[in-house]
Write a protein that binds this ligand. Structure first.
Ligand SMILES: [Zn+2]
Length: 232
């Protein structure tokens, strides 16, 4: 297989002779193999055709990798945080007792003792711990802000990871917020908070409730759609 270096990306391709083709075509199969097909040409000519399409090939390979391996995190993967995808570095370190994750300078770093790829189940544990650690700092001030803004008050605030709820309001008006909401944009998090604060007045999703939500958060429908799309 031949290799073309495009920036930091190595594009390897296979040539498939097909004299019936009028032009040369580049395709990328499910195993991320770049295939150049067409009439017989030498390697330099092949390289030229690959170089002309290098940007497109790079984009396709990346898109493919993201689709196929969305459940595996490795260096170069993107992690959703605060409504944006951030680059992630995975560092292998045998000496750490359990994987750690940090975020700074707009980049995640996972230091792991389980190798350079992190499977979905391990990653969920790692990222959930990150959200749990962040949520007090990030969410309490926001909840206070919205309490002031709306005049609605929760009796208590707590955080609990959940697979099927972004938040809820208990009968004693204690708000429970799912730390995983930190994946979403600040506007969406604000909506979750306002929604639950409105439940301190009305527990049911009835007309009165939605009217109250709309008073305090006119962008409700847009945020509801985002929440539906992002449910995991
Ligand atoms: Zn509700």
């Amino acid at each position: 297989m031949s290799v073309y270096q495009y920036g930091t990306t190595q594009i390897t391709w296979r040539f498939k002779l097909d004299e019936t083709l009028k032009h040369h075509y580049i395709t990328i199969d499910n195993n991320e193999v770049v295939l150049l097909q067409g009439a017989d040409i030498n390697e330099n000519h092949q390289r030229l055709l690959i170089s002309k399409k290098a940007f497109w090939i790079k984009k396709q390979l990346k898109r493919h990798a993201n689709q196929v391996k969305a459940n595996v995190i490795k260096t170069g993967s993107r992690i959703l945080y605060s409504g944006r995808y951030y680059y992630c570095d995975v560092i292998y370190d045998q000496s750490v007792v359990q994987p750690t994750i940090t975020f700074n300078h707009s980049k995640f770093t996972i230091t792991s003792n389980i190798g350079l790829t992190i499977d979905e189940a391990s990653f969920t544990k790692i990222i959930n711990q990150f959200y749990v650690d962040k949520c007090k700092n990030k969410l309490i001030s926001r909840i206070r802000y919205w309490q002031k803004q709306t005049g609605l008050t929760a009796n208590a605030i707590s955080f609990k990871l959940s697979k099927n709820k972004w938040g809820y309001c208990k009968s004693n008006n204690e708000l429970i917020i799912n730390p995983r909401c930190l994946r979403l944009s600040p506007a969406t998090v604000d909506y979750i908070i306002v929604h639950e604060l409105c439940h301190t007045v009305e527990k049911l999703h009835n007309d009165d409730f939605w009217q109250l939500v709309d008073t305090h958060f006119p962008e409700r429908k847009k945020q509801e759609d985002i929440l539906k799309e992002n449910f995991d």
